[in-house]
Design a protein around this ligand. Structure first.
Ligand code: 13P
Length: 250
């Protein structure tokens, strides 16, 4: 299984900056296509710039793109929402769901994330379901219980052909410069893998990404762990060279 190297651009940049970033990614990759031997590259720009990213990737299917959230609803009077069908229409193949920032600032629950994942799967896109404990939960030794509850609450029943990605993002490591040690991350990823056994039919085919201050300096050690199947990268995904240097570590 290739590692999935995913950039979550969050709410950063402008139209021009998004265009420049995707152009730089394509340019660097076309000069070093060996990166793609071991890594699948995914970028998740702000939804407004999906069209620009799609345009830039036309004729370059090696990089796929996705969204950072989706509506709970299919269509209708939901002002400001964007449906799974619209994202599919815009060319998305993945949708990040339940990021801790959405849980924190938009009150998203595991039950919401499950409904969203079902919408995403119904459009033949891949949900990237984010889980992870806060610092106080880790200090209290509750990280496994927290993550187990999130997985159980948010993962929908999958049909055999359906595809799912889990992103383990310890909240205390997001945007803080603090990273889980490769050993702690691997311990959690292997716990997630074992939890998946009772939740999905093919736990070994689910990619489990690590997210939280992943950068070129620590990517190799993290991605070298047995159950770390890729990265969900925030800050370092906003610079083409840092992002692709992480992909190169795969
Ligand atoms: P940082 O890489 O900036 O810590 O963000 C991680 C993240 O939240 C990716 O979704």
């Amino acid at each position: 299984m290739k590692k999935l190297i995913a950039g979550n651009w969050k709410m950063n940049g402008s139209k021009d900056e998004s265009r420049a970033l995707i152009a730089a990614i394509v340019n660097e990759l076309s000069q070093d296509e060996a990166i793609l031997d071991n890594a699948e590259i995914l970028v998740c720009p702000p939804v407004l710039y999906l069209g620009d990213v799609r345009h830039a990737l036309h004729g370059y299917p090696s990089v796929v793109f996705g969204a950072q959230d989706v509506s709970l609803y299919d269509n209708g009077a939901y002002t400001g929402d964007i449906s799974a069908k619209m994202l599919k229409d815009a060319g998305c193949s993945y949708v990040i769901l339940g990021h801790s920032e959405r849980r924190q600032y938009h009150g998203e629950s595991d039950a919401d994330i499950k409904v969203k994942a079902e919408k995403v799967l119904a459009q033949d896109m891949v949900p990237v379901i984010c889980v992870g404990e806060t610092e106080s939960e880790r200090d209290a030794g509750e990280q496994e219980a927290v993550v187990a509850k999130q997985l159980k609450g948010a993962i929908p029943e999958l049909k055999p052909h359906e595809n799912l990605v889990i992103a383990y993002e310890p909240v205390w490591a997001i945007g803080t410069g603090k990273t889980a040690s490769p050993q702690d991350a691997e311990a959690m990823h292997s716990f997630i893998r074992s939890e998946l056994k009772s939740l999905v039919s093919a736990p070994n085919s689910v990619r489990i990404l690590y997210g939280g201050s992943m950068k070129p300096e620590n990517a190799k050690d993290l991605l070298g762990q047995e159950n770390i199947d890729g990265g969900l990268i925030g800050g370092a995904s906003l610079k083409a060279d840092a992002f692709l240097s992480i992909a190169k570590s795969a």
